[in-house]
Design a protein around this ligand. Sequence first.
Ligand code: FPP
Length: 243
Amino acid sequence: MASKYDLSGMNIPNHVAVIMDGNGRWAKKRMLPRNMGHKAGANAVEKIIEEAHDIGIKYLTVYAFSTENWNRPEQEVSALMKLLRNYLEDCIKKADKNNIRVRVIGERNRLAEDIIDRINELEEASKHNDGINFTIALNYGSRDEITRAIKKIAKECEDGVLKAEDINEETVSKHLDTFDMPDPDLLIRTSGEERLSNYLLWQLAYTEFYFTDVLWPDFDREELEKAVIKYNERDRRFGKVSE
Ligand code: FPP
């Protein structure tokens, strides 16, 4: 957990969202099967939660499986599900020990029943933990999330609980899976790709983006510190002019 850079006096982003890309290429470079890349990626997740907490980041949200990832070869999908299953099981003990509050965002219904049970158990067991808030986006797609939010809002209008003219941005935010979380301050995407891939489209409206060529399994504390330093060089104006 040694720091390479001195972050004292720096503005630490409250919420960091991550697109963990490059597991496949990491494995290929080592002549290993893709699944070994995902395994190394899962190990990197475990380490980075602790590092983020130590740096002072309060919310960390990672993209583990997108609504589009079902289109990968069946063998890769089932290996990823197995990895997530094991991770969720492990996480119950770790969340308690390290005071981590875990949430899962995304459409749960398509997930296996035992995975849904594990998610519910983990969220319930960790809900009073007040260390870092760690969120896993699982079977997550931003367009799907927004569509589900619209359906919920429409239903409330139909039921007479809500009037169409009262719908505002806060109404939308409160119907998203991230309803009880602040918007991300910093988005990190690894492996050199520079796109959002249907991740947190609403929530990233004013977020600073940081792209790095480092492959996700190699993303460590030093890389996270570099991202925080870059974040501090940005001038966040939220549509206003600089003071
Ligand atoms: C993208 O790399 C990564 C994924 C689709 C999966 C991310 C999953 C993990 C890091 C492991 C499990 C997560 C948790 C929370 C324990 P890629 O396969 O697209 O890599 P490539 O672009 O190099 O092929």
